[in-house]
Design a protein around this ligand. Structure first.
Ligand SMILES: [Fe+2]
Length: 145
């Protein structure tokens, strides 16, 4: 099932909310390619790798902006929050490296398992992170970039 935006994810910081919405869209984009091509994903490797790279790039720039906003507002749990971002960044890099390995890109069964796991992981991580971690900084943010 596609992850839908919901008011419960709103931080009321418009720049952050629009970036979070874009992250949902990027995950949905990966899921759409997966769902429409299940069983023959080896024919769509270029689109899949591009979609994952786009998500990776956008996530990194989003994290930097979010961290600058937290810093600007002297958010007391900034370091712990940054660690969550770093851990996710490492995980995405590791998954991207696995994806671009030749053995995975040429095997339909393995690609199916990889994407089914990847999509579940991304959706769970993003929704949990917003609801648990991002909501914690919400009351501290008075200044935006
Ligand atoms: Fe965050």
């Amino acid at each position: 099932m596609i992850a839908n935006w919901d008011v419960k994810y709103e931080t009321n910081i418009s720049e952050i909310d629009s970036q979070h919405k874009k992250l949902f869209r990027l995950i949905n984009q990966i899921e759409t390619i997966y769902v429409e091509n299940k069983g023959h994903l080896t024919t769509k490797t270029k689109s899949l790798v591009e979609a994952v790279s786009e998500l990776e790039d956008y996530t990194l720039s989003h994290f930097l902006i979010e961290e600058r906003v937290m810093e600007l507002n002297q958010y007391p749990d900034l370091e712990a929050h940054k660690k969550q971002h770093d851990r996710f960044t490492d995980k995405i890099l590791e998954l991207k490296n696995r994806l671009t390995s030749k053995s995975l890109l040429t095997n339909d069964d393995e690609l199916n398992v990889f994407f089914s796991d990847l999509i579940a992981f991304l959706r769970l991580w993003l929704t949990n992170h917003i609801l648990q971690e991002d909501m914690n900084y919400k009351p501290y943010i008075k200044l935006v970039l």
